[in-house]
Design a binder for this molecule. Structure first.
Ligand code: SAH
Length: 241
């Protein structure tokens, strides 16, 4: 099955862009995913082909018109989830990426200027997704990030099927640190346990490192990981959030 990516944008030339190279590029050529763009400006109705207007209530910048963006969206016949990239959206995580990759595709709305008219999201059942707590100049880079994360999970895309499973976040923890040759580099030596050949000890060390690093670097993830353990009071509290 081909994963169908449809991207609504004012800059269709940005796609597939970097997704035409490396793993995603090969998957594209193999037909594991397809990338179709829709130029939002083609759905403008006035003689200036305008897609934006001044913000209601005043203030700087311009806002994408809901009628124009909705017309572009309505032209897409795909049955897949519609996601708008916006810093106000739910932060993208590996769980949502996994769900999307398991579906048949996704339709992505890329904002520009100050963003979208909020009524669009209510009128068209659009999910709002953010790729992080910083502001991009447009949704296109966010769409590329989301697609890259999905594409590598599609069947047949990654070389070794196991490499996707141990990755950071898949288990709710950051991944353990990696090392490779040379054994000693600039006076620093690879941890002895990794050179021991003792697979049980290596697995235990990696698990302990993953836990320690997650606790120190990402207390937010650690809290959720601990809370998710069966029977813990903080797990019960999280369920209700
Ligand atoms: N005025 C908006 C930012 C607009 S940035 C605000 O302060 O919330 C212009 C466009 O870039 C947005 O419409 C969105 O599509 C995209 N964008 C910016 N930051 C993003 C982020 N963190 N995640 C996803 N999309 C983002």
């Amino acid at each position: 099955m081909t994963f169908a990516a449809t991207v609504l944008t004012l800059y269709p030339e940005m796609f597939p862009g970097p997704l035409g190279a490396s793993i995603a590029g090969r998957a594209l050529r193999e037909g594991r995913w397809a990338c179709r763009t829709v130029q939002i400006r083609d759905f403008a109705t006035d003689k200036h082909r305008s897609v934006d207007d001044t913000p209601a209530g005043g203030g700087a910048g311009m806002v994408l018109r809901p009628d124009v963006v909705a017309a572009a969206l309505d032209s897409v016949a795909e049955p897949h989830p519609v996601i708008a990239l916006t810093p106000r959206g739910r932060p993208l995580d590996q769980e949502r990426v996994r769900e999307l990759a398991a579906g048949g595709g996704v339709t992505l709305l890329c904002g520009r200027f100050e963003g979208f008219d909020q009524r669009l999201f209510e009128a068209r059942a659009v999910e709002e997704v953010s790729i992080g707590d910083y502001i991009l100049s447009g949704g296109e880079m966010g769409a590329l990030v989301l697609l890259d994360a999905c594409i590598r999970l599609l069947p047949g895309v990654m070389g070794a099927p196991s490499s996707g499973v141990e990755e950071s976040f898949e288990s709710g923890l950051l991944e353990y640190p990696h090392y490779t040759r040379p054994v000693t580099w600039e006076g620093r030596t690879i941890p002895e346990v990794l050179r021991s050949g003792d697979h049980a000890r290596i697995a235990a060390w990696r698990h302990a490192q993953a836990e320690t690093d997650t606790r120190l670097r990402r207390p937010d993830l650690w809290e959720r990981h601990v809370g998710a353990r069966v029977g813990s009071p903080s797990g019960a509290r999280r369920e209700k959030d």
